[in-house]
Structures are given as C-alpha cells and as structure tokens.
Ligand binder design. Structure first.
Ligand code: NAP
Length: 455
C-alpha cells in the first residue's frame, strides 16, 4: 500500500511519501535505543512537564491538526476537533497520575522489606490504524512515555501527515530526541522491527489478520503484545428501556466516525414488544442524517476512508441481502459523486444463524434483530467471535445485573453509548484482542513488574 494522503472526499492524491530505506530504519532504531538509556533516568516530574506541554500544543493548534485528519481519512471536521481535545485530555491525565500508578507497592512478607517496583522496558513499537489517527496514538504514547519507555510509531499508510505531525508535537513539547519517532514504512516491514533485539514489546490496533501476524512474530521472539482488534458490538434494547433516548444514542453509536469505529454499535438487538416502534424511530433518525463534505460543520457523515473499505462494506451488504436481509434504507454506494460515500443503511430480517450476522460492518450500516426476551438477547449478543464493548438498555434492576454479568465483552455500558475514557480501562476479549489501554491497567502493560525482597 502506497504511503500517501488521498482525500477520501474527492479521490485526489494530495501528497505521497517514500517509505524509509533499511538504513534509515536502522538509524532510527539506534537513536531510539540511545535515547532510552538517558530517558529512563528522567523523573516523573520532568516527563509530566513535557506531556503537559504536548497537551497545550494540541489545544492551541487543534484546528490545524483536525484539518489534517479530515483531509487524510474523511472524518467530519467537528469530530476531528473533539478528537484532538481528547488527546490533550489523555496527556494531562497521565501527566497527573502516572507517578501514583507506578509508585512502589509495599507488600508484607518474610523479608524485612519487600515491594513491587515498576520499571520501563525500552523501545515499544505501536502499529496503529487510520480511523482515529490522533487518539489511537496518544492513548498509547501518553502512558508509554510517562512510564519511561520510548515509542516507535508505524501508522497506517493512508495517514502519513498525521503520523509526522504527532512526532513533531512530542519533539516541540521538549521530549529528548529519539523518545518518540514515526517510521514511514509499509506493513511488510513490521516483522523485522519487532524481531530486532532492541524492541521490547509491541501494541497493535487494527484488524485480526494484522494482529495475528504481529503477535506470531512477537511470540517467536518472546515479546509481549497488546492487541486491540475489531468488534461487532451489540446494542440491546429491552422493553423496559427509555426508547426515545435509546434510539438517539443508537444513531450516534452506529454513526460515530462514519461508522468506522471498533466500538461502534453494530448489531441492534431489540425486544419484540417494542421492535416496531424502535425500527420506525431509528429509520427517521437515519433519514435525517446529512452526508457530505466532511469539512462542513453541519455534516454528520463524511466519506469512508478508502475505496477498499467502501467496496468491502458494500460486499457485506450484498451478502446480507442474499442471506435474506431486508434493506430499509441505503444499501448501495453513492456513485453519483466522487469520493467514498456510503449512505446510512439499515438491514432487518437477517437470519440469526447467518454467518454475515456475526461479522463486523466497518461503516454506516446497522443490522437490526428482533428477539422475544432477555435470554434470546444475551444469546445473540454473545453469538459473535468478537468481545469488545456492549451497550444495553433497561430500567429493570434484575435485567441490568444479568446483562452486566452475562455479556461477553471487555466493557458493558448500561443505558449509555460505549466510549473510551482515560479513567477506565479499554480493551476486548475473544477475537477482539487482549491487554488493556488507558487507566492504571494501560500504563502497567509495558513495564517490568519487579519484585524486590530485602532481608
Ligand atoms: P489494518 O489493515 O489491520 O491496519 C492497522 C495497522 O496495521 C496499519 O498500520 C497497517 O499498516 C498495519 N498492518 C496491516 N497488516 C499488517 C501486518 N500483516 N502486520 C503488521 N502490521 C500490519 O486495520 P484496518 O482494516 O485499516 O482498521 C480497521 C480495523 O481496526 C477494524 O477491524 C477495527 O475494528 C479495528 N480497530 C480496533 C480498535 C480497538 O481499539 N479495538 C480501534 C480502531 C480500529 P498499513 O496501513 O501500511 O497496511
């Protein structure tokens, strides 16, 4: 895949980049390794000061960074602004809390003094996706750098300008040279980098094949990985729920980032008693969404990030139709205009056991299922290889407790939209991956948990 900025709203190639040559990659690895030797000795207070400065740069220049993201992958500009603000927030969160999260923990044993100490590991490789070009990177970088590690970023090939802008932010914030670097390389080079002795661990956010490939190479070299992969999150609405709020949230949860979010609600599972009403209200909401130029402030849905994503999504929609699905709205690419536009789409009546019902639809397509009761709702929610998030709607305490304990997912949100929050751990189970980002769990993924015993 070429490393280039191609505007998804027009198809125009705006800028192309030469991938790094082997000698340039080697030089960056050397630099990262040297940087770690000094950086690991810096204090939390010093790192925190640099990270606060990064937050300040993000806040002050958010319009510039937001434009880069919208141009590269087509997210609505207003959402891009919020993304930059969230990056500033995660920097501040770890700048303020990392010292407490990684403080020595005393443990009483037969020693005169025993405790746990958290120490940095070294170079951590991050392989990141294009869908939240800034947020995905900052939620890795803020805890990783606060822990005293150094970062190497291999970003998705369609967001090179975002990748370069992020490295520049850390450099301007005052982090020593080599502490955070962007590598403009294709996916085929990742295996060599993770195999290098100096690289100690890796994290990947992206698809299952990419995650499996990275983890296989890391496993061969006995290196730790964190994987944040896909999801086919259920959005369950039971008859006791506040339906109006559920429908409004369902629309936002499906259309977030033009439907290209791992934690977007993808399968809407509704109790039969309220299904007709839910379906009608959801259709009204979808029909009211404005699809168009992502730079315009009133645009709800921009283009999909690449022509391949558009094609894959449409292919899935056709399979859903051929499996018995009924299209209530949308269901075809918007070929009357340039760019990768797909309209809001609702598909009902897919047989529950059709293989397509378990897949992840990475775009503005909602699959709507009707179930007789909570037992069937939970069974269907869990009938997918994924286990990232789940949103469930009820006003009944017993139902709520069952949903919390019986849904197989890394997160369950009751009467709310699944979202990431720096204060809460984020990650999945099953084929959605393993390990956690954010919160205290996130910063403790890439550290040596050293046991100290003194007599
Ligand atoms: P992708 O193809 O897996 O790309 C993600 C990153 O992995 C890119 O940097 C890509 O580089 C790289 N990559 C691709 N194949 C690789 C390989 N064999 N070895 C090493 N690196 C490789 O993912 P995508 O399809 O663009 O992104 C969508 C997927 O990501 C969805 O499934 C979505 O749910 C998931 N996602 C998950 C989360 C989460 O937090 N759980 C968040 C966002 C997205 P190139 O661009 O150079 O190919």
């Amino acid at each position: 895949m070429a490393i280039a900025t191609i505007n998804p709203a027009t198809g125009e190639t705006l800028k192309s980049f030469e991938p790094l040559k082997d000698a340039e990659i080697a030089a960056k690895l050397d630099l990262a390794n040297q940087a770690f030797e000094q950086y690991r000795k810096t204090s939390f207070a010093q790192r925190s000061q640099w990270l606060q400065k990064a937050a300040q740069i993000l806040d002050q220049e958010k319009t510039d960074f937001a434009k880069v993201m919208t141009l590269e992958m087509g997210k609505p500009y207003k959402a891009a602004i919020s993304e930059v603000e969230k990056c500033a927030a995660v920097c501040r969160y770890y700048a303020e809390n990392a010292a407490d999260f990684l403080a020595d923990v005393e443990v009483k044993t037969d020693a005169s003094h025993s405790f746990v100490r958290y120490q940095p590991m070294g170079i951590i490789l991050a392989v990141m996706p294009w869908n939240f070009p800034f947020w995905q990177v900052f939620r890795f970088a803020a805890p990783t750098l606060m822990a005293g590690n150094v970062g190497l970023l291999k970003h998705a090939s369609n967001v090179p300008q975002s990748a370069l802008a992020i490295a520049e932010i850390f450099q301007r914030a005052g982090f020593p040279e080599g502490v955070f670097q962007t590598l403009l390389i294709g996916a085929a080079k990742v295996a060599d980098i993770i195999s290098d002795d100096r690289v100690k661990a890796a994290t990947l956010t992206g698809s299952e094949p990419a995650g499996a490939s990275l983890a296989a190479t890391a496993g061969k070299h006995i290196k730790k990985t964190v994987l944040e992969l896909g999801g086919s999150d259920p959005f369950i609405v039971l008859a006791s729920a506040d339906i109006e709020t559920a429908v409004a949230t369902a629309t936002a949860a499906r259309m977030l980032n033009t439907g290209q979010s791992c934690i977007a609600a993808k399968r809407f599972i509704v109790e039969e008693a309220i299904a007709d009403r839910f379906e009608k209200l959801l259709l009204d909401k979808f029909l009211a969404l404005k699809v168009g130029d992502p730079m315009q402030p009133d645009t709800d849905l921009g283009p999909l990030a690449t022509p391949d994503i558009l094609q894959d999504l449409d292919q899935q929609v056709q399979v859903a139709k051929n499996s018995g699905g009924k299209v209530l709205t949308g269901g075809y690419p918007m070929s009357d205009r340039p760019g990768n536009f797909y309209p809001p789409t609702i598909i009902t009546d897919i047989p529950l056991d059709a293989p397509i019902a378990q897949e992840e639809f990475f775009g503005p397509v909602a699959l709507l299922f009707r179930v007789p009761d909570i037992d069937a709702a939970i069974k269907l929610a869990n009938a997918t290889p994924f286990g990232l998030g789940a949103s469930a709607w009820t006003n009944n305490d017993q139902e709520r407790d069952r949903l919390i304990s019986e849904i197989e997912a890394g997160a369950v949100f009751i009467n709310g939209l699944v979202k990431s929050d720096p204060r809460l751990p984020f990650g999945g189970i099953k084929r959605s991956g393993y390990g956690r980002e954010l919160s205290i769990q996130g910063i403790q993924e890439f550290v040596n948990v050293k046991t100290v015993w003194v007599k």
